[in-house]
Design a protein around this ligand. Structure first.
Ligand SMILES: Nc1ncnc2c1ncn2[C@@H]1O[C@H](COP(=O)(O)OP(=O)(O)O)[C@@H](O)[C@H]1O
Ligand SMILES: [Mg+2]
Length: 270
C-alpha cells in the first residue's frame, strides 16, 4: 500500500542551520494497517507524513503509494489518494463556507471538477446522514458557517471530510493535540470508528501514550529522522502507556550518552 525506500530529507542543506530531518527511512505499510507514529519533538514525525503527502520532494529514496511511484508527483496529485487531518482545527476547512459546503468540497476534492459544487438534494441528505452518525448534533446546522463551531466539532468534521472518499491512505498529525481532553476523546472515538468501518490504511502521529498504546495495530518510534522501534502484531498489542514511556526513557538515555560523544568529535574535527 505504502512503501518508503531509503527516503532522506535535509532542510537548509549546507548551511549552519542544516537539519537532517529524515535519514534513510524504510517503511512498508500493508493495506488496512493502522500505524501509530511517536517520537520526541523534532524527531521527524511531521516531516515523514509531509514527505508522503508531497509537501516537498525527498532528496533521496522512493515513495510508492497504491501501486504508483509517487516520488515525483506534486502534492495535489497525491491528494487524490490521501486524506489528511492536522493539529490545528483551523487548517483544512474553509471558515466562511457552511458545513455542507465544506463537506461538498471534500467530496469533490481531487476529481478536478473545479468549484461547481452546488449541492444536490440527494447528496445533502447523504451528508446529513453521515454528520448525524458522528453523534455530535451537527446535522441540523449544516448551513452554519464552519467558523462557528468549536475546535472539537471542527476536527470531527475535518476527519469526516478526510475520510469521505475512502482515501488509500489517511494521515493524522497530532489531530487531537490542540483540543481539550473531552473533545480529544470524542475525536479519537470517531477516528477509531471511521478507520475500522472503512478499513482505512492510516498513519497517526500522537503525543499521547494512552492513544499510542490503545490504538492501531503497529507502532513506530522516530528518533533523529530514523525509525528506532517498530512494534507489530502481538508485540504491539502488549504495549502499555508505561512500557512506551520506558522506551522513551531508553532513547533519552542514549541521547544523553550521545551528546558528550558528539561534543568530543566536534572538538577533534573543528
Ligand atoms: N519545512 C521545514 N523547513 C525547515 N525545517 C523543517 C521543516 N519541517 C521540519 N523541519 C525541521 O525538521 C526537524 C523535524 O521536524 P518535524 O518533522 O516537524 O518534527 P516532529 O513532527 O517529530 O516534532 C526539526 O528540526 C524541524 O525544525
Ligand atoms: Mg510534528
Amino acid at each position: 500500500m505504502l512503501t518508503l525506500t531509503d527516503i532522506s530529507k535535509t532542510f537548509y542543506a549546507g548551511t549552519p542551520n542544516e537539519v537532517r530531518a529524515l535519514q534513510g527511512v524504510n517503511l512498508k505499510i500493508e493495506q488496512g494497517s493502522f500505524v501509530v507514529v511517536i517520537g520526541t519533538n523534532g524527531s521527524g514525525k511531521s516531516t515523514l507524513l509531509n514527505a508522503v503527502a508531497g509537501a516537498f520532494f525527498v532528496d533521496e529514496g522512493r515513495i510508492e503509494l497504491a501501486d504508483h511511484d509517487v516520488t515525483r508527483w506534486p502534492e495535489h496529485r497525491r491528494a487524490v489518494h490521501i486524506g489528511r487531518v492536522f493539529q490545528n482545527p483551523f487548517t483544512g476547512t474553509a471558515p466562511n463556507l457552511s458545513i455542507a459546503e465544506n463537506l461538498a468540497l471534500a467530496e469533490r476534492r481531487g476529481q478536478f471538477r473545479g468549484l461547481g459544487w452546488a449541492l444536490k438534494r440527494r447528496s445533502i441528505d447523504e451528508l446529513r446522514e453521515k454528520v448525524k452518525e458522528m453523534g455530535l448534533g451537527m446535522e441540523d446546522r449544516l448551513n452554519n458557517p464552519i467558523g462557528s463551531l468549536s475546535g472539537g466539532q471542527r476536527q470531527s468534521l475535518t476527519l469526516l471530510m478526510a475520510g469521505l472518499r475512502r482515501p488509500d491512505l489517511l494521515l493524522l498529525d497530532e489531530h487531537t493535540a490542540a483540543l481539550d481532553p473531552k473533545s480529544a476523546d470524542q475525536v479519537i472515538r470517531l477516528t477509531e470508528n471511521m478507520i475500522a468501518k472503512n478499513k482505512l490504511t492510516t498513519m497517526m502521529v500522537t503525543h499521547s501514550m494512552q492513544q499510542a498504546a490503545s490504538l492501531g495495530d503497529r507502532l513506530i518510534m522516530m528518533v533523529r529522522g530514523q525509525i528506532m522501534f517498530d512494534f507489530q502484531g502481538p508485540a504491539k498489542a502488549r504495549l502499555t502507556p508505561e512500557s512506551i514511556l520506558h522506551k522513551f526513557e531508553e532513547v533519552r538515555r542514549l541521547e544523553r550518552l550521545d551528546k558528550p560523544a558528539a561534543e568530543q568529535l566536534r572538538r577533534v574535527y573543528v
